[in-house]
Design a protein around this ligand. Structure first.
Ligand code: AMO
Length: 436
């Protein structure tokens, strides 16, 4: 077997022979010496070509390089305090150009010339040649990985639910209709009704990670028409059980990320810190509105406003040293039919939203598992019961259950202090954007 490389850049130690593969990030030609900055997914390193040491043929190849050629280089790693990128460099002995790049690139990827977000997104995969941009997606992958790791340690099973559905499952108008052969179908807005229904089988803890679709004609820095929904659903005695899992999962991921060397370097470079509170503070929707009124913020009697979410988070950051706040017990009026209502006040649901750095990142609650009550909820919402195929599963021993859905791009955006959720989406979809 031939290997493309024997080391990634981040793993290089002085005095070893290395074979690296990556893109040419920068080139500096000083006559008898040439410096190539090589980039791979783990970082950058300086490669030094010395005509005398590497020979004319290798040296000519180096002189003919263009930025973003994909190359394999071999040489000796040496310590050099003056070398940029970590005080080590590679003294070149061999180079092979595996793929040439056209010059110049359509956008700058060195971080020196700023392009608009729109232009960067037009050239998304070129934009990702900028290590700060690639870093967002490596961070996101690790974030999801650690959350999954926590769930698997706690006996959760990953399921894969369909994204093509026969009916507008959650009710509401934010659906993309599609043609499925000769039938009308819809892109799933969430795996909600599947992740619930599967619990009748006897499996008692599931999670699902996948794209979901919202036909929201919004142009805001926090809305996408396609996003990654990280969904959790479990059998419970009360909603508290799922809140414990939610908090445990996020705490675990934050701790792991803060111990991950690549992530630590990236966070430092981005100038951000991620800290998890001792305990996430909790307030009811009613209490949240009282706090907001006290701060002079206009409130809505059925839901939190974007301004309300921001101000509430600032309030808890200042008073309870927590960048998270959990708001529970929202009115039934604005929440979906599948939530369980309070026994003593059916206008209130067993629901919650988790806010982080001024934005809702999860939404969840205890579900109405009792068939008759669930049908009543659907009717009370003015929806047609026949539209809800999943209901038939609720007649055969559906246990009490609760869960939540977390928006991966939103969480990534907030953890990294990005300004726009599109920056945390590989190929963002909004009302105007369908490429790349
Ligand atoms: P909800 O609709 O509140 O709840 O969505 C859950 C979480 O998904 C994220 N999110 C979005 N992210 C980007 N762009 C959007 N347009 C967008 N809409 C939502 C948010 C939000 O908190 N079925 C329920 C979840 C549940 O109860 O388990 C649901 O989908 O981070």
């Amino acid at each position: 077997m031939t290997m493309l490389r024997n080391r990634y850049i981040a793993e290089i130690k002085p005095d070893e022979e290395v074979k690296l593969a990556g893109h040419v990030y920068e080139i500096r030609d000083l006559g008898k010496l040439a410096f190539v900055i090589l980039r791979d997914p783990t970082g950058l390193i300086q490669v030094v070509a010395n005509r005398k040491a590497c020979g004319d043929e290798v040296f000519e190849k180096v002189k003919n390089l263009s930025k973003e050629d994909f190359v394999v280089v071999e040489g000796k790693a040496v310590a050099n305090e003056k070398a940029p990128y970590g005080g080590r460099e590679v003294v070149l002995s061999k180079i092979e150009v595996m793929a040439e790049s056209e010059a110049p690139l359509p956008i700058d990827v060195s971080g020196k010339i700023e392009s608009t977000l729109d232009k960067r997104l037009d050239w998304r995969f070129i934009d990702m040649k900028n290590p700060d941009v690639l870093g967002i997606f490596i961070f996101q992958s690790k974030l999801v990985g650690y959350m999954e790791e926590f769930l698997r340690k706690n006996r959760f099973v990953r399921i894969f639910t369909s994204r093509v559905t026969s009916a507008a499952t959650e009710g509401g108008a934010d659906y993309f209709p599609i043609l499925y052969f000769n039938k009308e179908a819809f892109l799933a807005q969430s795996p909600q009704l599947y992740k619930e229904s599967v619990l009748v089988s006897g499996i008692d803890r599931v999670y699902d990670v996948g794209m979901v679709y919202r036909a929201e004609p919004h142009h805001t820095p926090r809305h996408l028409c396609e996003y990654v929904s990280f969904d959790v659903e479990m059998v419970v005695t009360t909603m508290k059980d799922v809140l414990e899992i939610q908090e445990g999962m996020l705490r675990y991921a934050f701790e792991k990320l803060n111990k991950d060397e690549l992530v630590m370097k990236f966070l430092e470079k981005m100038g951000v810190e991620i800290t998890f509170p001792k305990k996430i503070p909790e307030v009811s929707f009613w209490e949240a509105n009282e706090i907001l009124k006290g701060l002079g913020v206009e409130t809505d009697e059925h839901d939190l406003t974007p301004e309300g979410e921001r101000r509430l988070c600032s309030y808890f950051a200042e008073n309870e040293e927590s960048e998270f706040v959990l708001v529970h017990s929202f009115p039934f009026a604005k929440k979906p039919f599948y939530l369980m209502r309070h026994e003593d006040n059916p206008e209130i649901t067993h629901s919650f939203d988790l806010l982080y750095r001024g934005l809702e990142i999860t939404s969840g609650g205890q579900r109405e598992h009792r068939y008759v009550e669930r049908v009543k909820n659907i009717k009370d919402k003015g929806l047609a019961v026949e539209q809800f195929d999943h209901l038939r599963f609720f007649k055969y021993g559906m246990p009490p259950h609760a869960g939540f859905g977390l928006g991966i791009e939103r969480l990534t955006m907030k953890m990294l202090n990005l300004k726009n959720v599109r920056e945390a989406s590989l190929t963002p979809r909004d009302p105007e954007r369908l490429v790349p």
